[in-house]
Each structure stands twice: as structure tokens, then as C-alpha cells.
Design a protein around this ligand. Structure first.
Ligand SMILES: Nc1nc2c(ncn2[C@@H]2O[C@H](COP(=O)(O)OP(=O)(O)OP(=O)(O)O)[C@@H](O)[C@H]2O)c(=O)[nH]1
Ligand SMILES: [Mg+2]
Length: 205
């Protein structure tokens, strides 16, 4: 193993409390390493870190405590934790997870994204946006109209079909569905970040 920055891969998972960050981290890892729960209050309170081997390299997954809209305390904590994660793994991708309610984008996620992106501007090539928990029978036009809406609502970021990913709500006891979700997640084409993309493809393969 070398100490080159290029080999220090990471995935930093961000988003409001309860959108499924820990759940998705586990899907990527292929094991239940992060605690995830149906809960009325936030579950992950300190950054959790899991590492997996990828050939001669490793991929670190940073599961950051959830944001609560624009709550300053959480923004400050997230900023610090994102900084630490990038220091440990300079070649990291940030994955911001949105929830939704009946397909509607939630104001709280838009507010949280704009607040954290203003406090810690993400480089476009290292940012991936995910909408989680969607019904599988959503209308065909849902994804296109949501993309246009997010382009209008999110400030200081380019939203496009390469960095936006729509994920199905799955039955978490169904191994095949979990595998399919992992595949779906990894189908995101990471704009301008061939290196990062190839890492995730390695993770998938
Ligand atoms: N069945 C199913 N449950 C999901 C899915 N996505 C998220 N969940 C559930 O949603 C709940 C909240 O998810 P968590 O992963 O705990 O949320 P979080 O974003 O980590 O929340 P904090 O740790 O509080 O920031 C859990 O019960 C997850 O299992 C999905 O696709 N299918
Ligand atoms: Mg969590």
C-alpha cells in the first residue's frame, strides 16, 4: 500500500437525520456495520468509520451524524467531520442523501443541503446527490421533473443526470433487493471523476 493521495479513497455520507445514511452505508458495505433504526430522534451521533479492502487500496466510508435543517450546531459539527474525513482520505466523494414524502422534495432537505454547501462548498466532481426511499412504481416522468426542480432549489451546484441518483425503497430482508439497490447506487456516473467512479465500480464488482 502506498501513501499517495490518489490511493486514499473515501465516501462521505451526508444528509438530514433519518434519510437512510446508515442504511445506505450498510448496503454499500454489504454488511450491517452502521446502526440504522426507525426512530423518532436521530440515531448516529458521532462519525462512524468503516473501511474495506479494494485490491491493494481501501475505501473508507464516513457515516456523518445527520443534519437538522440549518441548525448551526450540526452544520459546524458536519463541517469539522467533513474536514477530518478529507484529511484522512483526500480522494473522497461526498454523497448527500435526500428523503421525500409522497414523492415531494422536502423543504428541510433543501435547506440542509444549501446550508452545508454554503458552509463547505463541495467540488462538483466529488459530489453525488441521492433521493432515497422511492416507490418502485413511481411515474416515468418523476425523475426528470425532480431533476429540474432540484436544479431550481439547490444553490451553487450543478444538478444533472450524472450526479443525481434515485433509489427504490426496498424490503430490507430481501437479499436480492439489497444487491439491486447497491447496483442502482453504483450506476451513478460521477461527473469528471473517473478515478472515483472506478473505485466505486471496483467496490461493486
Ligand atoms: N425498508 C427500507 N428501509 C429503509 C430504506 N432506506 C432507509 N430505511 C430505513 O429508514 C430508517 C432511517 O434510516 P437510518 O439509516 O437510520 O437514517 P440516518 O440518515 O442514518 O439517520 P441519523 O443517524 O439519525 O442521521 C431506518 O429504519 C432504515 O432502515 C429502504 O430503502 N428500505
Ligand atoms: Mg445514521
Amino acid at each position: 500500500m502506498t501513501n499517495d493521495d490518489d490511493d486514499q479513497h473515501g465516501l462521505i455520507i451526508l444528509g438530514n437525520s433519518g434519510v437512510g445514511k446508515s442504511f445506505l452505508g450498510n448496503i454499500l458495505l454489504g454488511r450491517d456495520a452502521f446502526v440504522h433504526d426507525f426512530s423518532s430522534s436521530s440515531v448516529t451521533h458521532t462519525t462512524e468509520f468503516q473501511e474495506m479492502e479494494l485490491g491493494h487500496d481501501t475505501l473508507a466510508i464516513f457515516n456523518i451524524p445527520g443534519l437538522i435543517e440549518a441548525e448551526q450546531e450540526r452544520i459546524d459539527l458536519n463541517k469539522k467531520e467533513i474536514d477530518k474525513a478529507f484529511a484522512q482520505r483526500p480522494n473522497s466523494i461526498v454523497m448527500f442523501v435526500f428523503g421525500q414524502q409522497g414523492g415531494r422534495m422536502r423543504e428541510e432537505d433543501v435547506v440542509a443541503f444549501n446550508a452545508i454547501n454554503a458552509a463547505y462548498p463541495f467540488r462538483p466532481e466529488s459530489l453525488v446527490l441521492v433521493v432515497n426511499g422511492l416507490p418502485k412504481d413511481r411515474p416515468p416522468k418523476y425523475e426528470g421533473t425532480t431533476l429540474v426542480l432540484l436544479q431550481q432549489l439547490l444553490t451553487g451546484v450543478s444538478v444533472n443526470s450524472h450526479n443525481l441518483c434515485f433509489l427504490d425503497q426496498i424490503d430490507k430482508k430481501d437479499v436480492k433487493e439489497k444487491q439491486r439497490l447497491k447496483e442502482q447506487l453504483l450506476q451513478v456516473r460521477f461527473q469528471g471523476s473517473i478515478r472515483s467512479y472506478s473505485i466505486l465500480m471496483e467496490l461493486y464488482n
